[in-house]
Ligand binder design. Structure first.
Ligand SMILES: Cc1cc2nc3c(=O)[nH]c(=O)nc-3n(C[C@H](O)[C@H](O)[C@H](O)COP(=O)(O)O)c2cc1C
Length: 182
């Protein structure tokens, strides 16, 4: 069964991006398993020296890399901070530039805020240079209020459910193209 890992670029407890990703998970068909990676804040600041050793790799980094490696596709939803990618998300991506868990992997990108216009194209650029496969049909703006985001209500809203459904379908198609059944 193909597996989707969702990653929210916000650490906020009431994050609209996390709620949108949770709504996508609720709407996922039975042919897809979904888990959310919620430990971005545990990753240490990226350092090539730590990555190269000789000391052991921090557990949080191993967990992040393993979660990505176990996923056939990834769905990221991130806010924009000061016209850029939130540091916590960029830091997490920096930890897998060298190890390559995103290479060739289909990635979808949700943008939960129409006001945010800079972080989204920056994420496309960063992921593309890391050789991830950013799936255009899984890269969408779903403008929702940043306050009071509720997963159940989002998943029940027809236009949102339709948009998230298309994103999941596009990711599944990209994943089966990337890793055809033997
Ligand atoms: C430090 C900081 C900087 C922000 N900078 C921007 C920005 O440049 N552009 C923008 O559209 N929103 C900006 N915002 C608003 C967030 O993108 C917005 O609150 C978003 O909904 C937060 O996502 P979340 O609900 O998942 O936490 C900023 C918020 C914070 C806290």
């Amino acid at each position: 069964v193909p597996h989707l890992l969702t990653v929210a670029g916000s650490l906020r407890a009431g994050s609209s991006n996390a709620a949108l990703l949770d709504a996508a998970a609720r709407l996922a068909p039975g042919s897809l398993t979904v888990s959310a990676f919620t430990a971005l804040a545990e990753l240490p600041a990226f350092s090539p020296d730590v990555e190269e050793g000789p000391g052991p790799l921090p557990d949080a980094v191993s967990h992040w890399r393993a979660a990505l490696a176990a996923a056939d596709m990834v769905l990221i939803s991130s806010p924009e901070y000061a016209h850029g990618i939130p540091g916590v998300l960029k830091n997490a991506l920096d930890w897998v530039v060298g190890s390559g868990e995103l290479v060739g992997k289909p990635v979808g990108l949700l943008n939960a805020s129409a006001a945010s216009q800079f972080a989204h194209p920056q994420l496309v650029e960063v992921l593309t240079v890391m050789s991830a496969v950013v799936v255009p049909e899984a890269t969408v703006l779903i403008d929702i209020p940043r306050r009071g985001a509720d997963t159940t209500r989002l998943a029940a809203e027809p236009s949102i459910a339709r948009a998230l459904g298309s994103v999941l379908t596009a990711l599944l198609q990209a994943a089966s193209a990337a890793r055809p059944a033997a």
